[in-house]
Design a protein around this ligand. Structure first.
Ligand code: NCD
Length: 303
């Protein structure tokens, strides 16, 4: 599972339908199921993470897998071991599924060609973050029933966002109209080759949107300063309570986290009635259970 660009509509829907089944498990008093019993999942995180990492750990745990936690800071990478050697050593311990997050965009693809265990991309560089895309889509589908014909705005730092890439591929495949909103300096290169339209003004498009996904400015992933000041950015692109007056009553407000309150989104909106931000996190667990379950199933069929 490297990216949503690689999947077709029926594969995406199959993952979402499988996740629906797994959502039920979280409502039981015993929140475990046996499908990955005896399997080993390694969480290989070369970059910081809160939601994604804990969600994958819990998902693997709920499916009864054994989980190995790897973080760069506490490993032999600090002694000079390469990315591939690290992964091969973990594989030698009998790992079946490797969940990988890396600063480099091609890391999960490289890994999938180099080891025989299944590889799940948990966010790579600026490229893709497929399980985040899937949980965003799952959350929208659950509330709006279908993505067909919805207008979805993705606002902010598109250039450095792997979440935006996965959302763009997945949402457009399912029939949504995706509008990227932000300053020209935060638009990705070759944006005209993506299945999207572009607006440089949030105020121009806000009233049309059925869903709005606010992105964090990923300062740690960029070189220079993409705008004169954070204050100016917030003025033009921040989702404030005042701006929300213009939006549809039933607009869904999304954010992949971590939120920078007062920069891309005001607290009253992040915690307000249209916000589904914590629903996204909740749904992420079921979606990741589905992904782990299905990659394991696909590997078993191949063997
Ligand atoms: C995002 C990421 O790491 O790509 N967060 C996440 O996984 N939910 C977005 C971000 O870092 O802003």
């Amino acid at each position: 599972m490297l990216g949503l660009r690689d999947l077709d509509v029926s594969e995406i829907n199959h993952i979402l339908d499988t996740a629906e089944g797994f959502e039920q498990i979280s409502t039981r008093s015993v929140k475990k199921a046996p499908p990955l019993r005896g399997k080993v999942v390694a969480n290989l995180f070369f970059e910081d993470s809160t939601r994604t990492r804990n969600s994958f750990t819990l998902a693997a745990d709920r499916l009864s897998a054994d989980v190995i936690e790897f973080t760069q800071k506490m490993s032999s990478v600090s002694k000079g071991e390469t990315f591939l050697d690290t992964a091969r050593n973990l594989e030698a311990m009998g790992v079946d599924i490797v969940v990988v997050r890396h600063v480099a965009s091609g890391a999960s693809r490289l890994l999938s060609r180099s080891i025989s265990a299944c590889v799940v991309n948990a966010g790579g560089g600026f490229c893709e973050h497929p399980t985040q895309g899937l949980l965003d889509i799952y959350t929208i589908r659950k509330i709006k029933k279908s993505l067909e014909g919805l207008k979805i705005g993705i606002v902010g730092d598109i250039a450095h966002s792997r979440v935006a890439r996965s959302d763009i591929w997945g949402m457009s495949k399912l029939g949504a109209e995706v509008i990227l909103v932000g300053p020209p300096t935060l638009m990705p290169p070759k944006v005209d080759e993506l299945p999207v339209s572009v607006s440089y003004s949030l105020d121009d498009v806000l009233e049309e949107l059925d869903v709005i996904n606010m992105l964090r400015i990923q300062f740690e992933r960029m070189g220079g300063n993409p705008f004169p000041s954070v204050r100016e950015y917030s003025h033009f692109y921040g989702l404030t309570g005042e701006r929300m007056q213009k939006a549809k009553d039933d607009i869904l407000v999304m954010h992949p986290g971590p939120i920078n309150r007062g920069v891309e989104i005001e607290s009253e909106v992040a915690d307000g009635k249209n916000s589904v931000i914590l629903e996204q996190v909740k749904n992420g667990l079921a979606v990741r259970m589905a992904v782990l379950f299905l990659v394991n199933q696909a590997a078993a069929e191949k063997a």
